[in-house]
Design a protein around this ligand. Structure first.
Ligand code: ADP
Length: 212
């Protein structure tokens, strides 16, 4: 394979209901040949509209714990009583090939990527336009009222973490996901700009472009 640049890890972070999944799916559609979704393993219950192996790999807690023991997961977390984790091998194979990958995680997860793969990782924080809108979107998505209550609390702590990180360069972009189409357009533009960064291109690619 003729690698023109390093693979990029494009991360969407937001409180629950912030639009990570929706925007990630749109980006994958826009870049079906060049952007890959690495499916996360989870012990969370499958929602009605979710497909195993597409949205998540739904596995049991036992299976998940075995993956931790075998050191197969790059990062994992227990959120609201459920485990979420990402495969190290899959990610590194894609990066090696120069393929871009997209992840939807929380701030803690994003920071792990930044630590381990700092030059490859770009983090975009998606904020909701208001608390009221967050409530509306979670209700519309069909979340239960106890889930919604817990997610509102988590959103407050994610906002606090975001502010704590201000000035550290760990969260690269801040986007308010108000009108979906505009948000998709902006996040897509960020992805394209990141791909054009000189540091991501091999010297050989630049030499070839200059010769053309
Ligand atoms: P997350 O993955 O961050 O939890 P989702 O992508 O599941 O969030 O979005 C939560 C809900 O809000 C979904 O029902 C989705 O269709 C809806 N949604 C996402 N972005 C917007 C937007 N800009 N305007 C209105 N609804 C949105």
């Amino acid at each position: 394979m003729n690698k023109v640049r390093k693979g990029l890890i494009f991360i969407l972070v937001s409180p629950s209901g912030g639009g990570k999944t929706t925007i990630a799916n749109k980006l994958i559609k826009n870049h079906s040949k060049s952007l890959n979704f690495v499916v996360t393993y989870t012990t969370r219950k499958q929602r009605e509209n979710e497909v195993d192996g597409k949205h998540y790999h739904f596995i049991t807690e036992d299976e998940f714990l075995k993956k931790i023991d075998a050191n197969e997961l790059f990062e994992y977390e227990k959120i609201h009583g459920n485990y979420y984790g990402n495969s190290k091998k899959k990610l590194e194979t894609l990066l090696e090939k120069g393929v871009d990958v997209i992840y939807t995680v929380d701030i803690k997860g994003a920071l792990k990527f930044k630590e381990e793969y700092s030059s490859e990782t770009c983090v975009v924080f998606l904020a909701l336009p208001s608390k009221e809108e967050m409530l509306t979107r979670l209700k519309r998505r069909g979340d239960s009222s106890s889930d919604i209550e817990r997610r509102l609390k988590t959103a407050n702590s994610e906002h606090a973490k975001l502010l704590e990180l201000h000035g550290t360069g760990k969260i690269d972009y801040f986007v308010v996901n108000d009108k979906l189409e505009e948000s998709v357009e902006l996040v897509d533009a960020i992805l394209r700009a990141e791909r054009s960064k000189t540091a991501r291109l091999t010297k050989e690619t630049i030499v070839n472009k200059l010769k053309a």
